[in-house]
Ligand binder design. Structure first.
Ligand SMILES: Nc1ncnc2c1ncn2[C@@H]1O[C@H](COP(=O)(O)OP(=O)(O)OP(=O)(O)O)[C@@H](O)[C@H]1O
Length: 265
C-alpha cells in the first residue's frame, strides 16, 4: 500500500534515464562536510540525470541536501566521492581555471537574491558576464530572450527602478543570454510575491519549451515545482523518489508522505 511505504526506508531511487542525452548527471555522488563529531553526510551516493531541454525541480525537507546537490553539479563545490558531469565533462577532472571557464560558458545561475549590480542598467547586467569573458552577445538571441522576458522597455532602467519580479527576470535573462548548457536556479521565487513568482516561473517554463533550455530548480514550494516536467525528491542526502508531470497537489501529497513516514522515524 503506497501510503505505508516509508520514503526513507525505500531503496535509493536511481536516475530515470530520460530520452535524449543528459545535460548533467551525478553518479553515486557523495558529499561529506567536516570530520569526527562535526562530520555531516550531506549527499549519500546520489545518482540522477537532468535531461536536456527539460525542467527539473529538486525538492525535499530542509537539510536534505538540495543546495549541496546543486552546488556540486554546478561546480561550485567539490564532491567527496562519485562524479558530477556537465554534458560529457567530469567536473573533478578540471583544474580551477578550467572549472571557472566551464561555469562561465556552460552554466547559468539564478539565485533567490537577484545579485544584480545596482549601478548598471538592466541591459548591462544581462550582458556583464559575457563582457567579462570577452564575448559579444548574439544580438538576435539577446532580443529574443529580452522579448520573451518582457524586458524590452526596461533595458535602460537600473535595478532600483525595477520591481522584484522584473529584477529576477533580468537575472533570468543574464543566465539565458550565453545559451548555457544548463541553468541552475536556487529558490528563484523565494523573494517574490506569488504573482511575480508565477511570472518568473512562466518564463523559466517558456525558456525550456520555446528556447530548448535545460533548467534545474531547487524549491520548497509545490506550486513552483508544478511548473517542472519532473520533480526529484531528496531526504537525508538520498534521492528517494520522483514525480513526472507533477501537479502541486501530487507534490504536496508526496511531501506529506515524507513528513509522516520519513522524518518521524
Ligand atoms: N559548508 C557546509 N559545512 C558543513 N555542513 C554543511 C555545509 N553545507 C551544508 N551542510 C550540511 O549539509 C546538509 C545538507 O545541507 P543543504 O544546504 O544541502 O540542504 P538543503 O536541502 O538545501 O536545505 P534547505 O532547504 O534548508 O536550504 C545539512 O545538514 C547542512 O547542515
Amino acid at each position: 500500500m503506497p501510503s505505508q511505504t516509508s520514503a526513507r526506508a525505500a531503496a535509493p531511487a536511481q536516475a530515470t534515464s530520460e530520452a535524449g542525452q543528459a545535460a548533467a548527471r551525478a553518479t553515486e555522488l557523495s558529499k561529506v562536510y567536516g570530520q569526527g563529531e562535526t562530520r555531516v553526510v550531506a549527499l549519500d551516493s546520489v545518482s540522477v540525470e537532468f535531461g536536456r531541454g527539460r525542467f527539473t525541480a529538486i525538492m525535499g525537507p530542509s537539510g536534505s541536501g538540495k543546495s549541496t546537490l546543486m552546488h556540486c553539479m554546478a561546480g561550485l563545490d567539490s564532491v567527496s566521492a562519485g562524479s558530477a558531469l556537465i554534458g560529457d565533462t567530469e567536473l573533478s577532472s578540471l583544474n580551477d581555471r578550467q572549472l571557472t571557464r566551464l561555469r562561465r560558458d556552460k552554466v547559468g545561475f539564478v539565485f533567490q537574491a537577484f545579485n544584480l549590480l545596482p549601478t548598471l542598467s538592466a541591459l548591462e547586467n544581462i550582458t556583464l558576464p559575457m563582457s567579462i569573458a570577452g564575448h559579444r552577445p548574439d544580438q538576435r538571441w539577446l532580443e529574443t530572450v529580452v522579448g520573451i522576458l518582457g524586458l524590452s522597455a526596461r533595458l535602460d532602467h537600473r535595478p532600483s527602478e525595477l520591481s522584484g519580479g522584473q529584477q529576477q527576470r533580468v537575472a533570468v535573462a543574464r543566465a539565458l543570454v550565453s545559451r548555457p548548457e544548463i541553468i541552475f536556479a536556487d529558490e528563484p521565487t523565494g523573494n517574490l510575491d506569488s504573482r511575480a513568482g508565477s511570472e518568473v516561473l512562466d518564463f523559466l517554463r517558456q525558456s525550456v519549451r520555446e528556447l530548448g533550455q535545460t533548467v534545474v530548480m531547487v524549491t520548497h514550494d509545490p506550486a513552483a515545482a508544478a511548473y517542472a516536467d519532473r520533480v526529484v525528491l531528496l531526504a537525508d542526502g538520498r534521492l528517494t523518489d520522483e514525480l513526472l508531470d507533477p501537479t502541486a497537489e501530487r507534490v504536496l501529497n508526496r511531501m506529506r508522505l515524507f513528513d509522516t513516514n520519513g522524518r518521524a522515524s
